[in-house]
Ligand binder design. Sequence first.
Ligand code: FE2
Length: 123
Amino acid sequence: MFLKLAKYFEDKTPNESNKIEDLINLLNEDINNNYQKAINISQEKSDRGAQRVCSWGEKATKIINSLLSRYEAEGEKLFEENEIWLCTICGFIFIGKTAPALCPICKVQSDKFIKVDGRVKLS
Ligand SMILES: [Fe+2]
């Protein structure tokens, strides 16, 4: 099943783009369409785990979308004296000097955050 899922998402994944508008469009499609479809299916199946993942993912996606809008407005200044932190449990992204003590989405502690290095510059 995991191999089938991996192949499905590989086939659905568009070619990599470094353009902000392409990323924002993909995020908006998830926020406006795809999460609701996934939530509906998880509710039909009474799958509480899937419902939780959809809820976390939708929140993290909205926050990432907001960060991209800030990046569009502020550019590299957004990252001055800050690092990018990723919650490895839910995908929440935080910009700051240190990881947050507690993830605002999934509530794990800071040891579940990793610092993102070597990011690609967006255009
Ligand atoms: Fe999290």
